[in-house]
Write a protein that binds this ligand. Structure first.
Ligand SMILES: *Cc1c(COP(=O)(O)O)cnc(C)c1O
Ligand code: SF4
Length: 332
C-alpha cells in the first residue's frame, strides 16, 4: 500500500502514533516509543514540527523533542530531582532557595516536552495545576515574605495559562510593595509562538519590570513566527533574556553557539544562561562535559560581541544552587 501523504500539522503531536503519522519517526519505531510515552510526556507543536527536516537523522530540532528508547535507561549518576527543589519548598508551588528571590510554579504543563528536561519526572499535560486555594496560599506566602524582591514564574510553562489567569497572578504580585521584579521562564515564544496573542502581551504589560527568560537552544528555533511573538513582547515593555542548555547534537559546536546567541540578539534577547545538562533520568545522550563547554566558550571570546556572552552555569547536586563553570583566564 502506498504511504499516505503526511497530514498538515495543525495540532500538537502527543504520541508515538502521531509522530509516525507526521513522518517524524518510522512506523516500526512506534511500539518502542509507546513505552517511552508511558513514562515521559511527548508534545511537538506545529511550529516545531514544521522546523524539523525528517530526512536529516541529526536534525537539531528533532533531537530536542522526538523521543528515543534510550530514555528508558537511567544511568548510575542520574537522579529524579536533579535540582533538589524539594527541600526548599515551603508550600506547594513555591521554591525558596536564595534569599532575595523565589520560584512560583502555577502549573507543570508545557507547550512541548524537551527530551533533556531536568523536571521530566514531574512535567506533563495533566499534572501540577495549582488549585485556586493552593495558588491563593502561595500568593499569600509572597505577601508575607518581605525578603523576596523577585518572583520567578516557572513550571512547567506559565505562558500557557490563559491571559486572564496569568494577568491576574502578575497584577497581584506586582501590587506587593517589597516585590521589585517579576520574571517568567518560558519556551512559548519559540516553541508555540501562536500563543503570544495581543491579549497575552497585554497581560504581561504590568507596572513593575518584567523579565522574560526565553528558552531556546538552536538558531533555527527563531522562526518568523517566533520573531513576531518576541517583537510583540518587547513592545509590551517586557525585557527579554535567553536561556539555553548545552546539548550534544543540538548546539555542541562553537558555530552552533555563535549562531544561537547571534539569533537571540537579533530578536532583542540577551543571552543570560548557558546551562550544563542536569542529570535527569534517561538524558545521557545529551551530555557535553564541562571541559568541552569551556573550550567552546573560549573559542567565542573576542570572536563575537560581548553582548552574546552567557553565564555558563551548573546546578550543584544536593541543592547547593547554580555556580559558574567558567571559563576563566589567568591575568596579571
Ligand atoms: C535558578 C533558580 C533561581 C534563579 O536564579 P538566578 O541565578 O537569579 O537566575 C531562583 N530560585 C531557584 C530555586 C532556582 O533554581
Ligand atoms: S519547556 Fe522547560 S520545563 Fe517544559 S519540558 Fe522543556 S525544559 Fe522541561
Amino acid at each position: 500500500m502506498p504511504e499516505a501523504p503526511a497530514p498538515h500539522h495543525t495540532r500538537t503531536i502527543r504520541d508515538a502514533n502521531g509522530l509516525a503519522a507526521a513522518g517524524l519517526v518510522p512506523r516500526d519505531a512506534v511500539p518502542g516509543l509507546e513505552a517511552v510515552q508511558a513514562r515521559y510526556s511527548i508534545a511537538v507543536t506545529p511550529a516545531m514540527a514544521a522546523l524539523i527536516d525528517p530526512a536529516d537523522p541529526a536534525d537539531p530540532i528533532a533531537a530536542q523533542y522526538i523521543p528515543r528508547t534510550e530514555e528508558l535507561v537511567t544511568a548510575p549518576h542520574e537522579v529524579l530531582d536533579p535540582t533538589a527543589d524539594e527541600p526548599f519548598t515551603p508550600l506547594p508551588g513555591v521554591v525558596h532557595r536564595y534569599p532575595d528571590r523565589a520560584l512560583l510554579k502555577p502549573l507543570l504543563a508545557c507547550p512541548v516536552y524537551c527530551r533533556f528536561c531536568f523536571r521530566r519526572e514531574v512535567v506533563g499535560p495533566d499534572g501540577g495545576l495549582l488549585t485556586e486555594a493552593a495558588l491563593e496560599a502561595a500568593l499569600a506566602w509572597f505577601e508575607r515574605t518581605p525578603a523576596v524582591r523577585e518572583v520567578i514564574l516557572t513550571g512547567g510553562d506559565p505562558l500557557i495559562l490563559s491571559p486572564r489567569r496569568l494577568g491576574a497572578i502578575l497584577a497581584r504580585l506586582a501590587a506587593i510593595p517589597h516585590v521589585e521584579i517579576l520574571r517568567i521562564h518560558s519556551r512559548v515564544p519559540v516553541a508555540d509562538p501562536a500563543r503570544v496573542t495581543a491579549a497575552l502581551a497585554e497581560a504581561l504589560a504590568v507596572e513593575k519590570p518584567l523579565y522574560l527568560c526565553v528558552h531556546a537552544n538552536h538558531a533555527r528555533e527563531f522562526s518568523p513566527d517566533a520573531a513576531t511573538a518576541l517583537r510583540r513582547l518587547t513592545q509590551a515593555g517586557v525585557v527579554l533574556l535567553g536561556q539555553s542548555v548545552l546539548l550534544r547534537g543540538v548546539n555542541d559546536s562553537a558555530e552552533a553557539l555563535e549562531d544561537l546567541f547571534r539569533a537571540m540578539l537579533r530578536h532583542r534577547v540577551k543571552p543570560y544562561y548557558l546551562h550544563q545538562l542536569d542529570h535527569a533520568p534517561g538524558t545521557a545522550r545529551f551530555e557535553v562535559p564541562p571541559e568541552e563547554g569551556r573550550a567552546l566558550l573560549r573559542q567565542l571570546r573576542h570572536r563575537v560581541t560581548g553582548l552574546a556572552w552567557p553565564n555558563y552555569v551548573q546546578e550543584r547536586p544536593g541543592g547547593a544552587g547554580k555556580v559558574p563553570l567558567g571559563p576563566v583566564w589567568e591575568v596579571g
